[in-house]
Ligand binder design. Structure first.
Ligand code: PGA
Length: 235
């Protein structure tokens, strides 16, 4: 919930003017809902894609204030972040609701970016893989693992998001390998991103690891130079 029309316009123009031509890294920008159309408009003609930050778990109906996957698909939106830890914690979204959002994205032809990650307590108690396994299983209960060929998973340890504390490459790699294993046969084909205080200075070390395919950025996406430096590190 950062930015405004003017500031977003400047940020997007600075990013789009630098990120021209063909690139091997895919870049998606996920603004707050009110700025989606504006963002898609400013990015049209560039290789950068647009995504949303959440979506309703329902297809349509009397759910005042909610935004459906079909509405997002209408707006040239290709991706949707679901299950971000801020929504799991602050909006009390359950594993089941997030799994239902995943299904809505799939049916509307959107690519869900499913966030999973453990709290500080789970990390300290050695329960982090159980938590992540539970979050993934809630989705596997509703869809076959094969649908993850059109999905992205983001590992975001709660203790690393917005805190300046990044998981060490070793901690991140362990969880990414675990997620790939849980995905079964399709595991090798699924993009698994790391999120949590990724900055230009630590991106290269994270991207160097075999199971880290990219990053989900929070704070670093508010600064065009920082954002572009990370995009370049992913190439
Ligand atoms: P951060 O946020 O990069 O500021 O830690 C990550 C996120 O919000 O997903």
């Amino acid at each position: 919930m950062n930015g405004n029309l003017n500031a977003n316009g400047l940020l997007l123009k600075a990013i789009a003017s630098e990120w021209q031509g063909k690139h091997s890294a895919d870049v998606v920008i996920c603004p707050p809902f009110p700025y989606l159309a504006h963002t898609a408009n400013l990015l049209s003609g560039s290789e950068i894609m647009t995504g949303a930050q959440t979506v309703s778990e329902y297809e349509k109906g009397a759910y005042t204030g909610e935004v459906s996957a079909l509405m997002l698909a209408d707006l040239d939106c290709k991706f949707v972040i679901i299950g971000h830890n801020e929504r799991r914690r602050m909006q009390r979204e359950s594993d089941r609701e997030i799994a239902e959002k995943f299904v809505q994205c799939q049916s509307a032809g959107l690519i869900p970016i499913l966030c999973v990650g453990e709290s500080t307590e789970d990390r300290d108690n050695g329960l982090y893989l159980q938590t992540i396994g539970r979050q993934l299983n809630a989705v596997f209960d509703l869809v076959d693992r094969s649908v993850f060929c059109n999905a992205v998973v983001a590992y975001e340890p709660v203790w690393a998001v917005g805190t300046g504390k990044t998981a060490t490459p070793c901690q991140a790699e362990e969880v990414h390998r675990f997620i790939r294993k849980q995905l079964g046969e399709i595991g090798q084909e699924v993009r698994i991103l790391y999120g949590g205080s990724v900055k230009a200075h630590n991106a290269k070390d994270l991207f160097a690891l075999a199971d880290i395919d990219g990053a989900l950025l929070g704070g670093a996406s508010l600064d065009a130079d920082e954002f572009l430096a990370i995009c370049k590190a992913a190439e």
